[in-house]
Design a protein around this ligand. Structure first.
Ligand code: FAD
Length: 572
């Protein structure tokens, strides 16, 4: 810790990590006249945030109001309280609900990022305080022109393979539906996307990276543009390795840069925004021993819990370290991350079965619930990790299944994908290929087909909840999530119990200040995003529940450390 030695550089605010929460904290602090530095471990900036859908869950926003929706902070509190873990204090939830719309108003006023509220149902909309009509999920709806980022464009972390076309072409949220359901003249939309991508000729000679920034890339691109305008530096390849403490206060950190250790002083404090520990095999083994495989996480590979380790070394407390933003993932050989499976499970004509060939959950529930159930049900008598997604010829040609692209023949799919895609002319043969009991699988399919005919799934109620239907096919009646599996050939694809990051971490107070084991504030130390234990506990209230709080507490932390009031303060 070497307190007392001279600093190699001194700033007001030092931000560790360049995800959405970190960059917003840096921007707000800079607007409040602080001298700010962001340090990033990787040679790419943006973190998992840049690879994400860019959705943020913000109750009671101006955007929802403008859409005519009358949301209520009391209802939002009630809803989160119902879902969040009991060890998350009421005051933290209230702090989030109060500051979230204010944060979004600030982002709208001070950056070029444009968010709209979407009629995207809450994941548990039927609970008290939940909203079936949505309008708490906000998506960045206007693309950002990556050319404006200059050389920083090339070091922006690209969108996830799970949320881009052919693994490289960025799409807008509305284009997802065009590609998914292929309405009349859909191919014109596809041509427009291809033209957009391939006509950027200069970039095509340089890189696969799309400069038409959407979703998480638009969010991070917009934040970086604003930071560049404000003159805030972001150092790449500069991991934080240790915090510096003087008289009980965090006064800076030690980072490495160009192979040398550097002491960076932070007069107003350090914001830890270095993500979770999803890619640390050691920490997973310790805290999530039943799901030790790092490549089943959709989080990016540099999130190895460095800041959690550094903070606990100086006495910081942790909470819910066993918890993740759970999710089912596809694991394509050769890829370093799991591919989040959001939509496909809800589409009609597929089921998920365990290794005994039996359905065991509502496939259309939120990824968090499905991920948690897959992990919890994984017992020796009927393994659920991996489970199998089973579908037929009609589904195969109508819809995508992760990396398996519809309309494209099997032989044209990527080799790695073909290596895990099983195909057979009968259900029994398919079962034999994947090592499960043929009679059991055939009985499961028969039972499911009966449910599909009536549109009612009495076993798991697939398609009953507002969220299930969000990703069903509206053309399918009577239930948009149910269609029979009847037409050969039949397919099976393995699906794993994974996550999109961990969500247990450092204990923080309502201002994002890190607390010690006695609940005392560690002066000068703040934590946001997956670096901190989530205000949502072990739950996932709606789309954007990780980035929404990450950005909100980034905003709150920056205002607190630069002396701005929580509300009513006019940033200067
Ligand atoms: P990150 O964004 O990962 O940022 C942490 C940064 O810190 C990284 O750049 C990392 O390299 C850096 N770092 C790590 N260690 C150090 C160190 N020692 N020193 C310096 N830097 C360090 N969530 C939503 O809310 N809405 C969505 O729409 C959504 N979509 C998703 C889609 C996909 C495909 C995936 C995989 C996830 C999605 N998520 C979504 C989850 C969300 O992206 C993450 O939970 C969130 O980005 C975490 O933010 P963070 O700031 O904590 O971490």
């Amino acid at each position: 810790m070497m307190a007392g030695a001279p600093w190699d550089k001194e700033v007001d605010v030092l931000v560790i990590g360049s995800g959405a929460g970190g960059l917003l904290a840096a921007l707000v602090a800079s607007h409040n006249h602080a001298d700010v530095l962001v340090v990033e471990k990787s040679n790419l900036w943006g973190g998992t945030s840049a690879t994400s859908g860019g959705g943020i869950w913000i109750p009671c926003s101006d955007q929802a109001k403008a859409a005519g929706v009358d949301d209520d902070p009391e209802q939002a509190f009630k809803y989160i309280r119902e879902l969040s873990a009991t060890n998350v204090p009421d005051s933290s939830i209230k702090a989030f609900v109060a500051a979230a719309p204010e944060m979004l108003r600030w982002v709208t006023a001070n950056t070029t990022i444009h968010f709209d509220a979407f009629p995207y149902p809450d994941y548990h909309a039927e609970l008290p305080g939940g909203r079936k009509d949505g309008f708490r999920t906000h998506m960045p709806t206007e693309p950002i022109d990556g050319r404006l980022l200059g050389k920083d464009m090339q070091s922006l972390r690209p969108t996830s393979l799970a949320v881009s076309l052919f693994g490289k072409i960025n799409w807008q949220f509305t284009e997802t539906y065009m590609l998914l359901f292929r309405p009349r003249l859909w191919w014109l939309g596809l041509l427009r996307m291809l033209w957009r991508y391939y006509s950027d000729i200069g970039q095509r000679f340089r890189s696969d990276k799309d400069r038409f920034l959407t979703l998480g890339n638009a969010l991070l691109g917009g934040l970086r543009l604003a930071l560049n305008k404000a003159g805030v530096p972001l150092w790449l390849d500069a991991p934080m390795i240790e915090l510096v403490v003087s008289n009980g206060k965090v006064t800076g950190a030690i980072i490495t840069r160009k192979g040398k250790a550097m002491r960076i002083g932070a007069r107003k404090g350090v914001v830890l925004a270095a993500g979770g520990f999803e890619h640390s095999a050691k920490l997973r083994e310790e805290h999530i021993p039943l799901q030790p495989v790092t490549s089943r996480s959709g989080g990016q590979v540099n999130n190895t819990g460095d800041s959690i380790i550094a903070a606990t070394a100086i006495g910081a407390a942790t909470r819910n370290m066993h918890s993740t933003w759970a999710a089912p993932v596809f694991s394509v050989p050769g890829e370093d991350r799991g591919r989040l499976v959001t939509i496909e499970r809800a589409l009609p004509g597929c089921i998920m079965v365990n290794q005994a060939g039996i359905r065991y959950l509502n496939e259309a529930a939120s990824y968090h619930i499905v991920g948690q159930q897959m992990a919890a049900s994984n017992k020796p008598e009927a393994r659920t990790d991996p489970s199998w997604v089973v579908f037929d010829h009609d589904f195969r040609h109508k819809y995508p299944m992760g990396p398996v692209i519809p309309l494209m023949p099997d032989w044209l799919q990527a080799g790695a994908v073909r290596s895990i895609l099983h195909k057979a002319s009968t259900i029994e043969e398919l079962a034999a290929q994947i090592g499960i009991d043929g009679t059991a699988l055939a009985a499961t399919v028969k039972r499911f087909n009966e449910y599909a005919a009536t549109g009612d799934d009495p076993d798991f109620h697939r398609g009953d909840a507002a969220y299930d239907r969000m990703y069903g096919d509206p053309r399918q009646t009577p239930n948009p999530c149910l269609a029979p599996i009847v037409k050969a050939p039949f397919y099976a694809f393995p699906i794993y119990a994974g996550d999109i990051g961990t969500n247990g971490g450092l204990v923080t107070d309502d201002f994002a200040r890190v607390l010690d084991a006695k609940g005392k504030v560690i002066d000068g130390l703040y934590a946001v995003g997956n670096n901190a234990a989530s205000v949502m506990g072990e739950s996932y209230p709606g789309a954007g529940s990780t980035l929404g709080p990450s950005m909100t507490f980034g905003y709150v932390a920056a205002r607190h450390m630069t002396g701005a009031n929580q509300t009513g303060h006019k940033d200067g």
